[in-house]
Design a protein around this ligand. Structure first.
Ligand code: MLT
Length: 431
């Protein structure tokens, strides 16, 4: 991190005083006013709902330029990683800071295979949870209990324990997710197969022996690997910020990640790809009339929203959506019947991008627009879409939790508020 060494500052003048703040510059030129002494100096705070203007930490993991549509993990453009790397390599990169050598990657994969099993008691616990519960609720609960099953790896101050917990989380989350899925569809869970690679094993635990068409299975494995890779980190999105907030109290990594899973479950965050699919189904059920659907979206009286378009950070294409669109086309070309929802998605995207109403508002397709269509084509029920997002986002959560713990500037997260409630008043009948 190259911080501004030129001693640049920002002046704040207000009734009754003035204060000078350091102006910090990140390695890509982004600037941040360091306001940590504002309250002690000027006795005032900043009000920033949703933290849209607040950098709560320094981070070296992911760079996003929302205006230019740029996303890089540890400096590598997402497009290059998508072309040359696997999810496992990217998980290693995001967590450890450098791409693995072939030997490192082999060792990493072997460690994960060796740790993929879950204790029999945990399996029994998963079997005792409601079969019809949402898989995200069950996943968050199960991940929280890892701290109880593996109490020898919960100390955030012990490097070796953190390392052990990192491997356990990466290794066991697919097994837990697949167990939850199999039970939800009334099937017996399938044990991990250590001879398979990370994504191959995940597909095996989810769907068993595959479709019998080895080319199609290979395409699905490639697709799932790419989708996980594209979701691996996204700087301080809601779930990652949650993992950091929980971790800032020195909570263990399992509990912090469990909190992140719950944050991701929200329809405004990880649940959005499910909402896109529901929107496409609604358009299909209304006769596939995109023009009248878009007219409803533009109508201020109507509550209809264009799901999968627009992003808090990207004011241009979400670079992940371009990669996913290509993938969706490859997968859907293999379907026996043309996919109606994919055709509708393409038409909807084309019409929205040709309409200045949407482009003026910087509404471009985001990562969720095509991912649900692919997951559906692969045979996943909609309630598993967010679980797959969680499996992809896990390296990012782990990396941020680990980075925060090594950052000397870390303090327990404790925002302030602007109090707007009643001023002091007397208890009824007393004054
Ligand atoms: C994500 O990948 O987490 C989503 O795009 C949401 C976000 O970054 O705010």
């Amino acid at each position: 991190m190259s911080e501004d060494g030129k001693g640049r500052t920002v002046e704040l003048r207000y009734d009754g005083g003035e204060q000078t703040f350091p102006l910090l510059t990140g390695s890509e030129g982004d600037q941040a006013i360091d306001v940590k002494n504002l309250l002690s100096g000027a006795s005032m705070t900043t009000l920033d709902p949703g933290f849209g203007n607040t950098a709560s930490c320094r981070s070296e993991i992911t760079y996003i330029d929302g205006a230019a549509g740029i996303l890089r993990y540890r400096g590598y453009p997402i497009q290059e990683l998508a072309k040359h790397s696997s999810f496992l390599e990217v998980a290693y990169l995001v967590i450890r800071g450098e791409l693995p050598s072939p030997g490192d990657l082999k060792e990493f994969g072997e460690q994960l295979s060796a740790n993929a099993g879950i204790p029999a008691e945990m399996s029994a616990l998963l079997d005792a949870l409601p079969r019809n519960g949402h898989p995200m609720t069950l996943l968050a609960a199960a991940v929280n209990t890892l701290a109880a099953y593996y109490a020898d790896s919960v100390d955030p101050k012990d490097d070796q324990q953190v390392e052990t917990a990192t491997i356990r989380l990466l290794a066991k989350l697919p097994t837990i997710a697949a167990h939850i899925y199999r039970r939800s569809v009334g099937e017996e869970p399938i044990a991990p197969d250590p001879s398979l690679d990370y994504v191959g094993n995940l597909l095996h635990m989810l769907f068993g022996d595959g479709s019998g068409d080895s080319e199609l299975d290979a395409l699905y494995a490639k697709a799932l690997d790419l989708l996980l890779l594209l979701h691996a980190d996204h700087e301080l999105n809601c779930s990652t910020a949650t993992v950091r907030v929980v971790g800032s109290s020195d909570a263990d990594i399992y509990g912090s990640v469990s909190a992140g899973i719950n944050a991701l479950f929200g329809p405004l965050h990880g649940g959005a790809n499910q909402a896109v699919l529901e929107m496409l189904e609604e358009i299909r059920d209304l006769g596939g009339d995109i023009d009248s659907f878009l007219a409803k979206v533009k109508d201020k009286e109507s509550k209809t929203r264009l799901m999968g378009f627009g992003h808090r950070v990207y004011k241009n294409f979400d670079p992940r959506s371009r990669e996913i669109k290509g993938l969706a086309a490859d997968i859907l070309a293999r379907q026996e019947e043309p996919d109606e929802l994919f055709a509708l998605a393409l038409e909807l995207e084309g019409k929205a991008l040709a309409d200045s109403y949407f482009t003026d508002r910087k509404l471009y397709p985001n990562v969720d627009f095509y991912s649900g269509v692919i997951y559906r084509a692969m045979g996943f029920p909609t309630n598993m879409f967010t679980v797959l997002f969680a499996l992809g986002r896990l390296p990012g959560w782990i990396a941020h939790w680990r980075e925060q713990r090594k950052d000397p500037a870390t303090r327990i997260a404790r925002p302030r508020q602007l109090y707007t409630g009643p001023t002091e008043r007397s208890y009824p009948g007393q004054g």
